[in-house]
Design a protein around this ligand. Structure first.
Ligand SMILES: Nc1ncnc2c1ncn2[C@@H]1O[C@H](COP(=O)(O)OP(=O)(O)O)[C@@H](O)[C@H]1O
Ligand SMILES: [Mg+2]
Length: 126
C-alpha cells in the first residue's frame, strides 16, 4: 500500500511501491485521504485526490501492476491503521515528507503516525 498526497516524496514512494509490487507480482493499493479538517470545496479536493490516484494507477499499469485506488475522507494521520487493516496490505511504502515538507524535521506527522500505528512493516522513502 502506498499513501500519497501527490508531493515529490510521495511520487518517489509510488515508484518504489510499484517496483516492489512488480517484483513480487503483488497487488498495489494507492490511497489518498481527503483531510476532513480542510475547509475547501469538497468537489475540488475530490477531483485533486482522484487526479493523484489516477496518475499513480497509470504509472502502475505501465509496469503491468494491478493497482487499486482508495479515496476516503478522514484524518490522514489517524486513518492509515484502519486502511491497512481494511485492505489487508502487508507493506506500507510512504514518503518522509509531504506537501508541507518541513525538511529540518525527520518526517511529517502523517509519516510519523503511520510508522507508529500500523501493524505491518513500513518503508520510508526520502
Ligand atoms: N492526505 C494524504 N493521503 C495519503 N497519504 C498522505 C497524505 N498526506 C501525506 N501522505 C503521505 O505521507 C507522506 C508524508 O507526508 P506528511 O507526514 O504529511 O509530511 P508533511 O508534514 O511534510 O506534509 C507523504 O509523502 C505521503 O506519502
Ligand atoms: Mg502533509
Amino acid at each position: 500500500m502506498v499513501p500519497t498526497d501527490g508531493s515529490k516524496c510521495s511520487l518517489k514512494a509510488e515508484d518504489i511501491a510499484i517496483s516492489i509490487a512488480k517484483n513480487f507480482k503483488a497487488k498495489l493499493v494507492v490511497v489518498h485521504v481527503i483531510d476532513e479538517k480542510l475547509i475547501y470545496p469538497f468537489e475540488v479536493l475530490e477531483e485533486e485526490g482522484n487526479t493523484i490516484l489516477d496518475e499513480a494507477a497509470r504509472k502502475g499499469k505501465d509496469e503491468g501492476v494491478d493497482v487499486e485506488q482508495v479515496l476516503i475522507v478522514g484524518s490522514p494521520a489517524h486513518d492509515m491503521e484502519k486502511i491497512v487493516e481494511k485492505t489487508g496490505a502487508d507493506l506500507v511504502v510512504i514518503g518522509t515528507h509531504g506537501k508541507t515538507g518541513i525538511r529540518k524535521i525527520l518526517m511529517g506527522s502523517v509519516a510519523e503516525s503511520t510508522v507508529k500505528t500500523v501493524k505491518v512493516p513500513v518503508l520510508l522513502v526520502k
